[in-house]
Design a protein around this ligand. Structure first.
Ligand code: EPU
Length: 350
């Protein structure tokens, strides 16, 4: 039986680009997280698979991530190998876009518009990489990855096979996918978009009104194919983008039956009409109703601007984030009768 140190020596000989004891705070938008014992930047899909295969082979714990924008890493770091997907291939052929998982989502959105395509504009408001967006079915202003993806290429960890999954096979739901339930390394996808020149004006109107009705957006008129400046302005107005955070900490709360809101109704005078219509309560709104905006533990604070953003006010520790998440969840549950679920991903000591 080899020790971890012996395995690390072997890993380094097989994957020469390893960096040791890399602070994860450098790689997360939260600016929180202790060292990864080993850190690999995989610049191609083959390198990504190889970095994972060697870790599997040597039975070293591993974690693949993209942009670090929705990730909370433990203060103690990670005793294994953290692999950054930096495979950034991007090719447009007519209305189809082949994009690798390490591509920055905002950049992909900009490139599609530069190429005269429409449908993916909303993604200019999404931090992180395409891989992370595919994993969590990221969304913004009524657009979601599942609306644009025709297939996803992945490496299935249970049998080490490269597979191509159709949109349906990805089992997409609100901030949910197959990838959250069965471990895969996401390698990339194909986006199916539309040439702006081929959409008749009336279809545009219809598409937008359908999409708008699904969006809770507080900024009326922002739809998934709105111009970049509108999307970016709307986000800046409602989200604390000038401070370190991990984006939304919780998923919004979907309900099927209004009886699930009985306790909430006793506490809150009016539930916004838009939320009742789409049967989804904004987690930020719930946090605000529970009186938790501005709450602070150590250097972590619930934003006064948007209750679903937790801010690193200087030297925040993961431990304090976890304590604040528990406190907020407890208050929302006890006062409003609603159980919030984290959207943020945890990476902790193995
Ligand atoms: N609201 C409040 N107080 C708050 C926050 C929101 O009253 O502190 C109200 C707003 O006034 C509005 C409603 O709640 O009436 C919805 O707010 P907003 O438009 O800010 O959207 P959201 O539902 O809170 C979702 C996504 C965001 C995405 C925006 C814009 C989730 C968990 N969040 O937020 O995604 O950027 O819509 O489309 O689905 C993320 O996933 O990390 C994320 C930031």
């Amino acid at each position: 039986m080899k020790t971890l140190e012996q395995k690390i020596v072997e890993y380094k000989s097989r994957v020469p680009s390893v960096i040791e004891n890399e602070p994860m705070a450098k790689h997360t938008s939260f600016r929180i997280g202790g060292p990864a014992r080993m850190y690999v930047v995989a610049v191609s899909s083959d390198a990504l698979i190889e970095a994972v295969r060697v870790a599997q082979d040597l039975e070293i714990p591993f974690y693949v991530f993209g942009g670090g924008s929705n990730l909370l890493v433990a203060d103690e770091g990670f005793e294994g190998v953290v692999i950054q997907a930096a495979n950034r291939g991007f090719v447009i052929e007519h209305d189809r876009v082949q994009v690798e998982s390490g591509m920055i989502t905002v950049l992909a959105a900009r490139k599609t518009v530069d190429a005269g395509l429409t449908g993916f504009e909303w993604a200019v408001g999404v931090p992180g990489t395409i891989g992370g967006a595919l994993y969590g079915n990221a969304g913004c202003y009524g657009g979601e990855m599942k609306d644009n993806v025709s297939f996803v290429d992945a490496y299935r960890l249970k049998d080490g096979v490269r597979i191509r999954l159709s949109n349906a096979e990805c089992q997409y739901g609100y901030r949910d996918s197959l990838f959250k339930r069965e471990p895969h390394v996401i390698l990339g996808c194909e986006l199916k978009l539309i040439h702006s020149s081929v959409i008749p004006a009336e279809d545009f109107g219809e598409r937008h009104s359908a999409e708008l009705s699904r969006s809770l957006s507080r900024t009326a008129g922002i739809h998934p194919t709105a111009p970049f400046d509108q999307i970016l302005r709307a986000r800046k107005e409602s989200q604390p983008l000038d401070q370190s955070s991990a984006g939304c900490v919780f998923k919004n709360f979907d309900f099927t039956d209004e009886s699930q809101l009985d306790i909430l109704r006793r506490y809150v005078n009016q539930i916004p009409e838009a939320m009742l219509r789409v049967k989804r309560l904004s987690a930020g709104w719930l946090v605000e109703q529970a009186g938790m905006k501005g709450q602070r533990i150590g250097d972590v604070q619930v934003s006064d601007k948007h209750g679903n953003f937790f801010l690193n006010r200087g030297h925040a520790r993961a431990q304090d984030v976890i304590a604040l998440i528990s406190l907020v969840k407890m208050n929302v549950r006890d006062k409003l009768g609603i159980e919030l679920q984290e959207e943020v991903q945890y990476l902790s000591l193995s």
